[in-house]
Design a protein around this ligand. Structure first.
Ligand code: UD1
Length: 339
């Protein structure tokens, strides 16, 4: 029988790519999304790619009653992938309570209902932000947490703690937290991709919008970092590789292959690229120019981070397959379809 996976935030950027991979692997998918940062048309795009339109509920996960009604109606949910969350670092500094409520109350609601309705597994969207600026690179899963730079980062740390405590107290619940590095790129069909609302905060959407003439100029935040070219270094990962890591994690939990009830993995490529290298790769593979200027550092940014992915490679049998060139070409192909 087809296993049913509940995907929260399933119309969002990473969520939609994961829904595609789940359907391709034969799972039945139910999506919950409040559409606060995504469009309902994404479901049609998913259908175009896979031939299947997932069942969809539009509501906020903080609404316990609606969520419970969904658990009741859907019945036999095998596993949950929980993407739904707010993710703008700057906004979280201005609206901390919104972030704590959105990102944490939703998680607690899900966990309570998982217990009540006997749903055993949850895969959680964590972030490399839990490491802050680490002393030693690359970061492994045993690199300690740093004090979070923002309420957003704090919600990821606390989210992991909530899962760890819950899995310890209630052994019927198992969880995998995936610590994403910087997800970029789009599906090869160019039917789904990142759809930032308003001015993008993240680098790659800003690059593509500048190349498309929607933004006049890209500001490169900081050129005096202690890195080879002075700009900050990140581990960019193709969103389809990231999506596949979720499918593997779901299967690991379903098949009870996990080594403990709460596991966490770095999901990156292991390669660090600077902001300038990223822009130059984009220009080279797409044959377009990006108008940029070097400006001051952005407050709260770290200098550099990239992953040691050997634990995920070994334990999950997962490895990123797509390089920076494919990330940049797919991001541009997608941008050109966005009206
Ligand atoms: C941050 C968080 C990450 C979170 C993500 C979501 C950290 C380490 N990472 O990623 O957990 O999921 O936000 O929003 O806290 N840049 C420019 N010009 C721009 C935009 C960005 O130069 O217009 C630079 C940034 O200064 C940074 C790099 O590009 O050096 C990547 O920035 P961005 O895409 O915003 O991601 P992070 O800040 O790394």
């Amino acid at each position: 029988m087809q296993k049913k996976i509940l995907v929260t935030g399933g119309t969002g950027y990473i969520g939609s790519h994961t829904v595609v991979e789940l359907i391709k692997e034969g799972f039945e998918v139910v999506v919950i999304d409040n559409l606060s940062n995504s469009k309902v048309e994404v479901l049609d795009k998913i259908e175009k790619i896979t031939g299947t339109k997932p069942v969809f509920y539009q509501f906020d996960l903080c609404d316990f009653e609606r969520l419970e009604a969904c658990f009741k109606k859907e019945g036999n949910i095998s596993s949950i992938i929980h993407f739904a969350a707010s993710k703008a670092v700057g906004e979280s500094v201005e609206k901390p309570l919104l972030y704590y409520r959105n990102n944490l109350q939703s998680l607690v609601n899900l966990l309570e209902l998982m217990r009540k309705y006997h749903v055993p597994d949850i895969v959680f969207s964590s972030s490399c932000t839990v490491y802050g600026q680490p002393d030693k690179l690359p970061v492994t899963e045993s690199t300690p947490y740093q004090i979070a730079e923002s309420p957003y980062g704090n919600t990821k740390q606390i989210g992991e703690e909530i899962l760890k405590d819950t899995c310890k107290a209630h052994s019927e619940i198992k969880s995998i937290a995936l610590r994403y590095f910087n997800p970029v790129g789009a599906h090869e069909s160019a039917l789904i991709g990142e759809l930032p609302l308003g001015t993008p905060n993240n680098l790659v959407p800003f690059i593509t919008q500048t190349a498309a003439g929607i933004r006049e100029q890209l500001s490169v935040f900081g050129s005096d970092y202690n890195t080879p070219d002075g700009t900050a270094v990140r581990d960019y990962i193709h969103v389809v590789d990231l999506a596949k890591a979720h499918v593997i994690s779901v299967k690991r939990l379903l098949e009870n292959l996990n080594k403990s009830n709460f596991e966490f993995f770095n999901i990156g490529t292991g390669n660090g690229y600077s902001v300038l290298q990223t822009i130059q790769t984009f220009e080279r593979v797409n044959g377009v120019k990006v108008n940029y200027k070097l400006v001051d550092r952005r407050p709260g940014d770290i200098e550099q981070i990239f992953a040691d992915t050997s634990f995920a490679n070994k334990e999950l049998g997962w490895k990123a397959e797509k390089g920076l060139e494919e990330m940049m070409s797919s991001a541009w192909k997608w941008q050109q379809t966005v009206k």
